[in-house]
Design a protein around this ligand. Sequence first.
Ligand SMILES: Cc1cc2nc3c(=O)[nH]c(=O)nc-3n(C[C@H](O)[C@H](O)[C@H](O)COP(=O)(O)OP(=O)(O)OC[C@H]3O[C@@H](n4cnc5c(N)ncnc54)[C@H](O)[C@@H]3O)c2cc1C
Length: 593
Amino acid sequence: MYKAPVEEIVFTLRHVAGLSAAIADGRLGELSDDLVEAILAEAGRFATEEIAPLAETGDRQGVVLEDAQVKTPDGWAALYRAWAEGGWNSLTASPDFGGQGLPHMLHVAAMEMWNGGSMAFAIGPTLTIGAVEALTAHGSEALKSTYLPKMVSGEWMGSMNLTEPHAGSDLGVMKTRAERRGDGSYRLFGQKIFITYGEHDFTDNIVHLVLARLPDAPAGTRGISLFLVPKFLVEADGSLEARNDVFCHSVEHKLGIRGSPTCTMIYGDGRFGGEAGAIGWLVGEENRGLACMFTMMNNARLAVGMQGVAIAEAATQKAIAYARERTQGRAPGWQGSGMSPIIEHPDVARMLLTMKALTQGARAITYACAHAVDMAHATQGEEARHWAERASLLTPVAKSFATDAGVEVASLGVQVHGGMGFIEETGAARLYRDARIAPIYEGTNGIQAIDLVTRKLPLSDGAQMRGFIAELRGIADAVRASNDPAFGDTAVRLEASLADLEAATAWLGTALVEGRQPEALAGATPYQRLFGLVLTGIYLAWGALADAGDGRKGERTALCRFAAENIIAETAALKDRVVNGAASLEAARAALG
Ligand SMILES: Cc1cc2nc3c(=O)[nH]c(=O)nc-3n(C[C@H](O)[C@H](O)[C@H](O)COP(=O)(O)OP(=O)(O)OC[C@H]3O[C@@H](n4cnc5c(N)ncnc54)[C@H](O)[C@@H]3O)c2cc1C
């Protein structure tokens, strides 16, 4: 069963993502290394002892919808209440509303462990925390004081309602309608699909954040507004009033994360009597809803990246344990009697090391992104702008690379188990099924790649990306300067991969400036992977250079070398695909019929 990797997480936060430096510089207030360790140890304990044991039940039972009520799997509602009572929902929220105001880095680390326990469980709280962030940033004082304290404590959960049947990646065509009432409130009418935890039995009330269009709104994304629509209306004293005109019409039967309800939500069809229309309140300004929702979506993207890391970690743990126990054949050089454990076979070791390297690379990228988010909040002026740009640049890479790694690693995990991987009882298959949604939701990885290439690379006229590459090069230089033979060819490989990244970045920049957008977009996904692989190699090296005094420096150096000499070399082919792939792609369209 999954065991939260607290030590590895603390190491990555401190020595790779920059947590210790930020604490030492006094950027993170009262936070100390000891406090970080204590909080994460307890979050890890909860993940290992409370969440993980219920993951399989959730997958097997799924959710049941009866009379617009969703029943979650056995034990899950109590699990949620224990989680909320532990104060976990309030880690990053503002102290003004009962939150603990802790850095984002701590939150993503805890989130990794909860998702490692069960991704289907952890996705619900993740969205509530996103809703809290959006409301804190854009809600009126009245909305904040009514809803935030209970959402921060976890007494009420939130949901995020964007998708409609014909409006997924392209939200500009959504149709859900909002009508103004004379009293400052609105009435909403429409249908939202795929709404995670849109209905459930965890909490008495659910606070839906809903994108909708006013009658006189401009077409496209500039005509979308954000509304808060509670399941139950709330009295002035905070007690729950009448049922609002919103309900769950159906739940989806899914490939994975089966314990989580994925709901079709109907707004304003008069199901509960009285005047039709779900009553809602505007969050932010009219027609500026998408910008407000982005507050939630950016953090949600990073959180989904964490899900990739979590699944990758869980799959790696499971595969290593299995490979130590399962015996087959005799590995070259095996001295024992009888068959050798499969971990002794070079091909199995290759799979396991690839899993480990991708997991740790993805973890470092997502934590570095969270560090940039924290630094943007902890600094001012030019420095804050720099960190906000860094967070912006890293978000699509963190989301896409980590979620692709989740799928790749979980698939390798199935492979390591052989036929037993395909059989549900080992749990390897569940991880693979759960992992598969993460590259799709919160903006598909294809959409992330477009965002990276067209909006993030041009930040500050390309200076943000150039500065970042220069920093990464400094780490490759440090590997070279270390003269440590255990690094093997790491320095050479890192330098080559950085040259690939630089060349591909320059090529994309020129293509965009020259208006050759189709060519640039054809290479966006290979570029995103190239970027993620370079970061994986560099961050593994950064970790290997650090000496945490835990006796694992040699192990980290060896893993870094394995990644540099076996995985990172892929960057040369990826660069070629970015620079030379578009023409053949266009020419081959005919093959699609
Ligand atoms: C289990 C689950 C939970 C979800 N939870 C929520 C939730 O809580 N709230 C919510 O609002 N939504 C939720 N979603 C919806 C999810 O965010 C969307 O499914 C996702 O954004 C993709 O939209 P789509 O399904 O319409 O696919 P489409 O947009 O139709 O995309 C199909 C394919 O076309 C590609 N594509 C589309 N447009 C472009 C483009 N411009 N350029 C290049 N490629 C493009 C995509 O990358 C993808 O490969 C959930 C979905 C699932 C399955």
